[in-house]
Design a protein around this ligand. Structure first.
Ligand SMILES: [Zn+2]
Length: 303
């Protein structure tokens, strides 16, 4: 069967953008997401569910994301641990998030399979694996936040901070101030640390953590208990942040009514700074795809 013709979208800026990512032979930008490597961290499944539900929906943003990016999602890395009701380990008693360096096909089969797929994609010149996000839940911290890696290269380090900063603007429960970048020995063997060392310098690897308990919205002191819906909403906000990151806003079919105003009113949740001045986000390497309107929009929402 012949592949479907590429979609042609008319952008408000007056140019046409031909979606390429699903055409045979086209370069693919891949976002790889995993969740529930630790079976007791049930919120990670709700966040992942929110991401999936949004991406497969008819929402105009989801359509644009599907046209431009490929999402690979492994929603449960530790199904046997979940089945058994374990808190952290697999059936064989392994903390899988410490075995990324050398996973065994018999002792850590899910990890082995996912890592093989990631390495295959990395070695495929037609695939650019740009993001890896591993979703966890945290038993003592509040809000959603991220862990990232530390790099010698200052520019790479700064570029890595762009996505969490954008997410902080989109999600009232996400805290950039709680986001940290580390290379603790105790975190060696985690997906984020290992893949951060394996992938090239245009790939970003994060652990996305979300509190088991609650979040505090900026300007208030009251803790808002998380609900299943709130976890899924965080997932939806993670997905839509890729629209900002890749500056695809101008391609969304209808304007996002009220969203910028609401966002502005709720700022600052936590101290969010934009990537203004860094100018080195991944999308920046293809400035022809940038929307000036969006740049203006961002500067307005930055405080
Ligand atoms: Zn965890």
């Amino acid at each position: 069967m012949d592949p479907p013709p590429p979609t042609v979208l008319a952008a408000p800026g007056g140019y046409l953008f031909i979606t390429m990512n699903l055409r045979p032979g086209a370069e693919q930008k891949v976002v790889f997401i995993t969740a529930r490597v630790h079976p007791g961290e049930t919120p990670s499944s709700f966040v992942c569910q929110g991401i999936i539900d949004f991406l497969v929906s008819q929402h105009p943003i989801a359509k644009v994301l599907r046209d431009h990016l490929v999402f690979k999602i492994a929603p449960m890395l530790n199904p046997d641990g979940v089945y058994l009701g374990n808190y952290r380990c697999s059936l064989m008693g392994f903390d899988l998030n410490r075995h990324w360096a050398n996973p065994s096909p018999w002792a850590h089969p899910t990890l082995h399979g996912v890592k093989q797929l990631i390495v295959e994609m990395y070695n495929n010149p037609k695939i650019n694996l740009e993001f890896y996000i591993d979703i966890h839940a945290h038993s003592t911290m509040m809000n959603g936040f991220m862990y990232g890696n530390i790099f010698e290269n200052e520019e790479r380090f700064q570029r890595q901070a762009v996505f969490p900063k954008l997410l902080c603007q989109n999600a009232e429960d996400f805290s950039y101030s709680s986001t940290s970048f580390n290379r603790d020995a105790v975190k060696a063997g985690t997906g984020r640390r290992f893949l951060g060392g394996l992938l090239n310098d245009t790939s970003y690897c994060y652990t996305l953590e979300v509190s088991f308990y609650s979040y505090i919205v900026g300007g208030t002191t009251a803790a808002v208990p998380y609900t299943e819906e709130a976890y899924m909403k965080l997932g939806r906000n993670v997905a839509r942040t890729f629209l900002d990151y890749y500056r695809l806003n101008s391609l969304v079919e209808r304007p996002l009514a009220a969203t910028p105003k609401t966002r502005k009113e709720k700022l600052p949740v936590f101290k969010c700074t934009t990537q203004q001045g860094q100018g080195t986000s991944h999308a920046d390497r293809k400035p022809e795809k940038r929307s000036q309107a969006h740049l203006k929009d961002q500067s307005l929402s930055a405080q």
